[in-house]
Design a protein around this ligand. Structure first.
Ligand code: THU
Length: 160
């Protein structure tokens, strides 16, 4: 018998001003995309911007639905769109900007479980980590070096 530990290491920036110009630009695209989110029910808008290996950026935002479960999170709108436009091309980074009118001081929101699984699918296939930049309505930015830390013992297609 042995015990194993899986830990999450990430960087906390006090503000986006501390980011590299590439990261700041990507996060800015995520924030722009958040403006266009369709979130009339939750009023919780999320924007995502995916930086591809060829330097192109693909954005997404949450799309809600009167039949609530039919809606989709910003992260999956963005990565599925990236997969549709650039099949097989690696993803370098994903910036995610969340924010609520109700709670403008909230900490950066990490992707939900379904989105973590969806991002992991791409990371697992490309065999290169996908960096994540997370931000709330304002303030701190979290940078995670890979989706692995957010999805320990992930289920991937190697099990099938
Ligand atoms: N949402 C996202 O877009 N991404 C997440 O990772 C968490 C939640 C959306 C889904 C829904 O439209 C709203 O935020 C409230 O849950």
């Amino acid at each position: 018998m042995k015990k194993e530990t899986l830990s999450l290491e990430f960087t906390v920036y006090d503000s986006e001003k501390e980011l590299s110009s590439e990261d700041a630009a990507l996060l800015s695209r995520a924030r722009q995309a958040r403006e266009d989110a369709y979130a009339p029910y939750s009023k919780f808008k999320v924007g995502a911007a995916v930086l591809m290996e060829n330097g192109e950026i693909v954005v997404g935002n949450n799309q809600e639905n009167a039949s609530y479960p039919s809606g989709l999170c910003a992260e999956r709108v963005a990565v599925f769109q990236a997969g549709a436009i650039y099949p097989g091309l690696a993803i370098q980074k994903i910036a995610i900007a969340a924010g609520s009118e109700r709670n403008p001081l909230a900490k950066p929101a990490a992707p939900c479980g379904n989105c973590r699984q969806s991002i992991f699918e791409y990371e697992n296939n490309q065999k290169k980590p996908i960096e994540l930049l997370l931000m709330g309505a304002s303030g701190e930015v979290y940078k995670c070096p890979s989706i692995q830390g957010l999805l320990p013992l992930a289920f991937g297609n190697e099990y099938l």
